[in-house]
Design a protein around this ligand. Structure first.
Ligand code: 1GP
Length: 251
């Protein structure tokens, strides 16, 4: 599958800046103005892209909200779906994900078959992405919902072999995920092993609460850092800017 416009842009920006700063917005909101406010605040203070998605969703207005959000910001708005039911019009692109660290066929092929046909009929750009859950100390929502075991935190070679398989299967991005609100972020070794053994673009998220934690992950090889939970309680433009400058190793 050809590389689309948004993936080309992200790859070029990764090349230019070293790594990118992504802010994850909760899609499950009835408050459109809160979604737009959070997205605008992030975009104006250094975020390079917005991700929207979660493990589950009961929001029938997401599509309209995304159209409104896109009018307000000039950075890519990318769907990060928890399943096929979240594929709705309006996004610039989506992470077309396979939960490769698990052994649940529902997240290895079923959701992809259901969602794929929607993606094609919407002509939505899809970025083929391997999704790996890494154990973060306590059980996370995505672990519970997906009914899969995460990769043990002290077994970085295990995530590496999944990344290698994903690359050989044609995926271009890998998302190393500790889980939303994770106690501990993805350990550095997991990032380093995937960096050493593949050319996949590496997204890292889950439990990243400080610019220092983000910078360490960039130094280990992460190319997109995702933060979500922290912005539910902190609405501080200067902290967003600190994250952005810790992540952008080149200007
Ligand atoms: C969750 O990786 C993302 O899927 C972001 O995690 O909410 O812990 O920042 P946080």
């Amino acid at each position: 599958m050809k590389i689309g416009k948004i993936e080309t842009l992200l790859n070029a920006e990764i090349e230019r800046r070293g790594a990118l700063f992504a802010v994850l917005l909760d899609p499950d909101t009835s408050d459109e103005s809160a979604l737009i406010k959070a997205g605008t605040l992030a975009a104006e203070n250094g975020a390079d892209l917005l991700l929207v998605g979660g493990s589950f969703m009961g929001n029938f207005n997401l599509s309209e909200q995304i159209v409104a959000l896109k009018k307000a910001v000039h950075i890519p708005v990318v769907l990060f779906p928890g399943g096929a039911s979240q594929v709705v019009p309006g996004f610039d692109a989506m992470l077309f994900m396979t939960l490769v660290s698990g052994r649940n066929p529902n997240y290895l092929i079923d959701e992809q078959v259901r969602g794929g046909v929607l993606v094609r009929s919407l002509k939505m750009e899809a970025i083929p992405t391997a999704y790996q859950l890494i154990n973060s100390g306590k059980s996370t929502a995505v672990e519970y919902i997906s009914a899969t075991f995460p990769v043990p935190a002290d077994k970085p070679k295990l995530s590496m072999v999944h990344s290698i398989a994903a690359e050989l299967m044609g995926m271009r991005y890998v998302y190393l995920e500790a889980g939303s609100g994770a106690e501990s972020p993805v350990p550095l070794e997991h990032i380093m092993y995937t960096r050493k053994s593949t050319d996949l673009k590496i997204i890292v998220g889950g439990g990243i609460r400080s610019p220092k934690t983000a910078a360490e992950r960039v130094a280990a090889g992460a190319q997109i850092i995702v933060t979500g939970t922290i912005w539910e309680s902190v609405k501080d433009p200067s902290l967003l800017q600190e994250f952005a400058s810790a992540i952008h190793i080149r200007n």
